[in-house]
Design a protein around this ligand. Structure first.
Ligand SMILES: Nc1ncnc2c1ncn2[C@@H]1O[C@H](COP(=O)(O)OP(=O)(O)O)[C@@H](O)[C@H]1O
Ligand SMILES: [Mg+2]
Length: 311
């Protein structure tokens, strides 16, 4: 938990909750708060299973997962490639598109296009639109832009702070998130959650300040729409090769058309987080959820090829 990404504080809250649950479940738990990369490798030598509670950056983008693979330490959730693909919103959108899964129209920022950027966005995407860093989370750096006048400063600021970014068509309607969890050996979609932030959109404050967002669980949608959203979310999880659990964010237009925003391979486990709420709606307690997440580490090991030479 912890780590060096902008989501450090959220991660510490997730990690604390998971540690308490693992202790209650009877596991021997060593909380490892990462403040500096040097701490990591020595601590990992003592580890039987890594329950990763990092969000964003090297904890969620496949980098830490790669290190754990090399060290032969089982870890929860998705593997290296799926984490890398999910963390990069543009690569993820390309994969959604290749699987004919709905995702909002977007334009990637490219330095050489800068002089015509404004015109391209106005013509192809229109306003309002959403400016987003390629590989952040927790709505960090996400901005809704209402006019051409706002676009240039928003783009410049995003480029300066995050480097790669893209602009996406604004999808009106509802904010829906779908937890995915492995139940009886199969990854399944949990009951849908509708998020009604008291702010313009589901930004960092709405996400992590109690009272800034209403959670409607299960989302008040007809059965057909619910099943369609769950199916699309599960397909998105599979398209990226995710394993065991994830949380898929979508927008649902007033006509009931879902659009995928992103897949989170290490969803929050804080007191206000969505995955625990979605699991609870199915009668799965926080401890039970943590136990199931932990088991994904061992299940993943069983699926590995057996012919690998080990020292
Ligand atoms: N295309 C869009 N249309 C409308 N709202 C959006 C769009 N993209 C992002 N948002 C808003 O910004 C939030 C964060 O965007 P998301 O792509 O999920 O990134 P993050 O990884 O930061 O959660 C969404 O939950 C939603 O409220
Ligand atoms: Mg999101």
């Amino acid at each position: 938990m912890g780590g060096l990404s902008p989501e450090r504080e959220v991660s510490l809250r997730s990690g604390k909750n998971v540690c308490v649950a693992l202790s209650r479940l009877g596991y021997r738990v060593q909380a490892l708060q990462i403040d500096h990369p040097d701490q990591l490798v020595p601590a990992l030598y003592e580890t039987d299973i890594a329950f990763i509670c990092l969000h964003g950056g090297m904890g969620e983008d496949g980098t830490l997962q790669a290190l754990l693979e090399i060290l032969g330490i089982p870890y929860v959730g998705s593997g290296v490639l799926a984490c890398g693909l999910a963390m990069n919103k543009i690569q993820a959108k390309r994969l959604f598109q290749s699987q004919k899964l709905p995702t909002a129209l977007w334009a990637e920022y490219r330095e050489e296009l800068w002089p015509v950027w404004r015109e391209q966005i106005a013509e192809e995407i229109g306003f309002p639109c959403v400016v987003k860093p390629v590989a952040e989370g927790s709505s960090i750096g996400v901005q809704i832009v209402h006019s051409e006048e706002e676009l240039i400063p928003a783009s410049q600021a995003t480029r300066d702070e995050f480097g790669n970014f893209f602009v996406e068509k604004f999808i009106p309607g509802k904010e829906i998130t779908t937890g995915i969890l492995r139940i009886d050996g199969e990854d399944r979609a949990l009951p849908l959650i509708e998020l009604r932030p008291h702010r313009e959109f589901y930004d960092y404050i709405a996400k992590y300040t109690p009272g800034e967002c209403d959670f409607i669980i299960p989302a008040e949608l007809d059965a057909q729409t619910t099943i369609r959203v769950q199916e699309i979310a599960l397909q998105a999880h599979r398209a990226l090769g995710c394993f065991g659990f994830s949380r898929v964010d979508l927008r649902l237009t007033p006509k009931g058309e879902p659009y995928l925003l992103e897949v989170n391979t290490l969803p929050g486990m804080t007191d206000t987080s969505d995955l625990p709420k979605a699991a609870a709606a199915l009668g799965i307690s926080f401890d039970d959820l943590v136990e199931r997440m932990l088991q994904t580490a061992l299940e993943k090991e069983k699926l590995k090829p057996k012919h690998v030479l080990t020292a």
